[in-house]
Design a protein around this ligand. Structure first.
Ligand code: HEM
Length: 407
């Protein structure tokens, strides 16, 4: 298991340490045929709360809250468990929160009200024809190249990025540049990450200026014209929001699609069923989201608080992996079984509480439409022999390489 690298804080007794590390546990690192969901689900057999050393980029430890009920308590209580963590700004050596993700109540609420309408189910419905068209174009390009593809780089990632571009009002001819920046931002060295963060911000700042002068019908125009507390938003606030949309909806959507393709390539009966009965896809995508969620929300305690006899001190990080909550037997009968017709599926892939994913309507439609069009256009696909898929765990689980082939 993991090497425990950083020092144990004085208030954490030895017996409250857990031998698991989201950052560099071997089961979490990118590897061929990795099964990070199965590995992390084993934590459900152990203590409900434990402290793990060296869990963040700066080597800070974190408390892990394993069970769904306890995670609800943490994620619904924004006063005790703060979201203010400067994840994006830290790449620039700066300290400012993204909006609304890293704001706490009551400030958080007013931004959330502003952002709900442009991400509502009705607005998402207006975007659907474009989402479908992008899916079809990418799949047609793949088919024109032959009878195999690396589905992450040729479909899932450019698909998610091009929908972000459309949503913000950025021309699609910038697609490959944005794909590159997103990749550097999310999967590269600290230097490349900083460079990409600066480039993306500069681009979004220019776009913002343009839309203030010449608004059209897109998200950037909406936020540059919108008002909060009876005033227009500042340039900095618009930046704090638009960079969040960039990081929130790319890896997450691509990873969800990646895990779905991986499952379907390994389970040909289910693939055949969904191809024959595509009306099952909406329910099936929810079950796959339950079984293969990707995000671990993290909070920082604002006061001392006790959970299952553990003292979480003010300032401690608290991690709530959706992967363990989604396989908690107290919430889901037979949690290890993947049942594509599972009803009443209240999974937490999109989190609980005030920060519950604002893009969940869009994300759901992207995943379902992406799968629908792929299954409609590509015959039975499998994993290409001799090319093992690379899967990673960590704070956002993902699929890095998945080569599919068909006849
Ligand atoms: C399958 C895809 C997605 C998953 C699994 C996902 C998951 C999540 C999770 C777990 C959170 C809460 C994080 C926390 O509490 O710390 C969140 C927040 C958020 N997500 Fe998503 N997300 C997805 C797609 C998207 C998309 C496509 C967008 C944008 C269009 C988006 C926008 C946001 C925003 C703005 C927040 C912050 C909400 C707030 O703080 O009030 N997400 N997402």
């Amino acid at each position: 298991m993991a090497t425990l690298a950083s020092t144990r804080p004085a208030h954490v007794p030895e017996e409250h340490l857990g031998d698991f590390n989201l950052m560099d546990d071997p089961s979490m690192l990118p590897r061929p045929n990795g099964e990070p969901h199965a590995a992390i689900a084993k934590l459900l057999d152990g203590p409900p709360v434990f402290y793990s050393l060296n869990n963040t980029r700066n080597g800070e430890g974190a408390w892990f809250v394993i069970r769904a009920e306890d995670q609800r308590r943490v994620l619904q209580d924004g006063e005790t468990f703060s979201s203010n963590r400067n994840i994006f700004a830290s790449a620039l050596g700066e300290t400012w929160p993204t909006i609304p993700l890293e704001l706490d109540p009551p400030e958080h609420g007013k931004w959330r009200s502003l952002l709900n309408p442009p991400l509502s189910p009705r607005r998402v419905m207006n975007l659907e024809p474009f989402v479908r068209q992008r899916a079809v174009e990418l799949i047609d390009e793949i088919k024109a190249r032959g009878n195999s593809c690396e589905v992450m780089s040729e479909f899932a990632f450019p698909f998610a990025v091009s929908i972000f571009l459309q949503f913000l009002g950025i021309p699609n001819d910038r697609l490959m540049e944005f794909v590159g920046w997103a990749n550097d931002l999310l999967h590269s060295t600290p230097e490349a990450r900083t460079k990409a963060a600066r480039t993306v911000i500069a681009y979004l700042d220019d776009l913002q200026e343009l839309r203030r002068r010449e608004p059209t019908d897109d998200f950037m125009s909406f936020v540059t014209q919108a008002e909060v507390d009876g005033r227009k938003l500042t340039q900095h606030e618009v930046k704090q929001m638009s960079v969040l949309l960039f990081i929130a909806g790319l890896d997450t959507v691509a990873a969800a699609l990646g895990f779905d393709f991986l499952y379907l390539a390994r389970n040909l009966d289910d693939q055949a069923l969904l191809r024959a009965e595509p009306q099952r896809l909406t329910l099936a995508a929810e079950e796959l989201m339950r079984a293969f969620p990707t995000v671990t929300p993290v909070r920082r305690a604002t006061r001392d608080v006790e959970l299952h006899g553990r003292l979480i001190k003010a300032g401690d990080l608290v991690a709530c992996p959706s992967m363990t909550a989604n396989r908690d037997p107290a919430e889901f009968p037979e949690p290890e079984k993947i049942d594509l017709a599972r009803e009443d599926n209240r999974h937490v892939a999109f989190a609980y509480g005030p920060h519950r994913c604002l893009g969940s309507h869009l994300a759901r439609r992207e995943v379902v439409i992406g799968l629908e069009e792929f299954l409609a256009r590509v015959p039975e696909f499998r994993i290409k022999e001799g090319v093992d898929p690379i899967v990673n765990g960590g704070f956002v689980f993902g699929v890095e390489n998945l080569v599919l082939t068909w006849n």
